[in-house]
Design a protein around this ligand. Sequence first.
Ligand SMILES: [Zn+2]
Length: 285
Amino acid sequence: MSTQQLPANTIRELNESSEPVPFYEALRKALKKRKVKIDSVCPPADPVARRILEEYGAVFVADKKVKPPPVCVFTTEEQVAKFQEEAGVKTEYIAYDHVELQPEALKHLLKAREEAQKEGLDITPRDGAEAARRNYEDSVRLWNSRFEPALDYWLSQGRLTAEQVNRLRGLPLSQQVAEVLELEKTGIYFSKDLSKSILYSIAAPGTSQHIHMLAFDVNEFENPRIREIMAKHGWFQTVLSDLPHFTFLGLKEKDLPKRGLRSVEVNGQVFWIPNVVGTHPGLDK
Ligand SMILES: [Zn+2]
């Protein structure tokens, strides 16, 4: 995900046009079609899994040509490698960078780029190869790039003791994530600028849409025409506040409310996030 940060007060909700469906209803339907149960994918009773689902879950309601992950949280490199192999990895060079995505996602990204180029614009990867596919280790490394400096900061501010910091560092990853999310409820934030949840700054280990090979970080995200072209080709922004990050859903924008997503505008950019009204932490601030 990105390092872009925004003040929370720039968030406002948009009015929906077509009949919105609650996310969990759309999700149950989508999973049923894929013959899987929500409990095996993302147990709703597990608060971390639930939070991940509500932040990054748009991929689960994507078009049937897209392969969503078998679990909300991958816990090993082997598990990620097996999923990526099953999903199929396609590669293309874009602006000299290696871009690896699920076949359908890459196909439509290239179409979007072609359309942009016809208008004298371009769509290129942000931060090189890291803009597209990532593996499990990448996600752990990126997590630590936020987790570690935040620990140092909160220690220096006296909000965490050396003992707490050492304990947090020593925890297994899944527990570390759970405790970070708990601390954030008390205002001890772990995002890059320490002002909001780490989940808007970087994905929890094993949960990134980049692992799913359904995400692409775009250099030209600030251009509204580029965002329009991406959307036309099934690429939407589904992670609130992550400004350069696009997710391949393979759907038409007008159908997104039926798929359990709702639109929210942040700084003029439209994000399609799981329609879980009232519980979305990003909108509660
Ligand atoms: Zn990203």
